[in-house]
Design a protein around this ligand. Structure first.
Ligand code: NAD
Length: 272
């Protein structure tokens, strides 16, 4: 059965709306250049902000701006008491280090939860702000009453914004986690031994039906565009049909991710 994120998104939206009606919340989104995929993501963020009464400021810098100019902009936002959270839109042009810019964001304004200090708290199990996509995955599993304690979870993809923080968050839920990546041997065997399979690799049809079993819960984080220009995940249609529960793409995790970003903004506002 396919599972969707719309209900969770609406539930978070209502909470954000209530929070925004009692205190001012300002999200500053910084982007450099004209990447079309990132523009679509920013559009979704602005729409969510409008729907909830959050002020969203988009700061667009030209493609040729220097790393120093971008750092000065981040510092000005760090110092601005009206700004609740800062989001850095990626990809950045090659001459700018995304790591350096991310580390310049004040951890108390890191709405994406990706500053090393906030990621370090995840390891320590003391995190109060967590990356939005892994939050969306955990939220989806819990909302669908998927047992996490003791569950064998396989995650495919070990990026610093999805797979790795998600592994930490699921271990915190007492799951037993196997984190796989492009050098993992025998993905099929590992996958078939798990109760929950989460795929965040960015490869269309990476997971085929022979890699899933009928009792499995599959969460597809992947966002790819196929030859027909249609958005698809990393898990084949046949694999989703075989699994007990499988998240839709589009309409699944991606629907919740933006909402979780605003949930983080509420947490930052409370802590400010
Ligand atoms: P990334 O490129 O940083 O990382 C990809 C990971 O997948 C790497 O760890 C790599 O080792 C692994 N991988 C790649 N090919 C593999 C293979 N053949 N076998 C096993 N592992 C393989 O990507 P990312 O930023 O983590 O994003 C992953 C996917 O999730 C992308 O499709 C991205 O668009 C999507 N995404 C979706 C959301 C959302 O809200 N739905 C948010 C973030 C990312």
């Amino acid at each position: 059965m396919l599972i969707y994120g719309k209900e969770i998104r609406e539930e978070i939206k209502q909470r954000v709306r209530t929070a925004a009606s009692t205190r001012s919340m300002v999200l500053s989104v910084v982007s450099v250049g004209e990447d079309p995929a990132s523009q679509a993501y920013v559009k979704g963020i602005r729409r969510f902000a409008e729907d909830t009464g959050v002020q969203c400021n988009l700061i667009k810098l030209p493609e040729h701006c220097t790393e120093e100019e971008l750092l000065r902009m981040i510092e000005a936002l760090n110092q601005d008491d009206y700004v609740t959270g800062i989001m850095l839109q990626t990809p950045l042009p090659q001459h700018i280090s995304a790591d350096r810019i991310t580390e310049a964001i004040h951890p108390g304004k890191d709405v994406e939860g990706i500053h090393v200090q906030n990621l370090g708290h995840l390891v320590n199990r003391t995190a109060w702000i967590k990356p939005s996509t892994p939050k969306a995955v955990v939220h989806m599993l819990k909302s669908n009453e998927v047992e996490l304690e003791g569950a064998r979870v396989t995650i495919i993809g070990r990026s610093a914004i999805v797979g790795t923080p998600l592994a930490l968050m699921l271990m915190d839920e007492d799951a037993t986690v196997t984190l796989c990546h492009s050098r993992t041997r025998d993905l099929k065997k590992i996958s078939l031994e798990s109760d929950i399979l989460i795929v965040a690799a960015g490869r269309e049809n990476l997971v085929t039906d022979d890699m899933v079993h009928e009792d499995m819960v599959v969460i597809d984080v992947g966002t790819n565009y196929n030859a027909q220009g249609k958005m698809v995940g990393d898990v084949s249609q046949a694999a989703k049909e075989k699994a007990r529960l499988a998240s839709a793409v589009p309409g699944g995790v991606g629907t919740i991710t933006v909402a979780e970003l605003f949930d983080n903004l509420c947490i930052l506002a409370e802590q400010a």
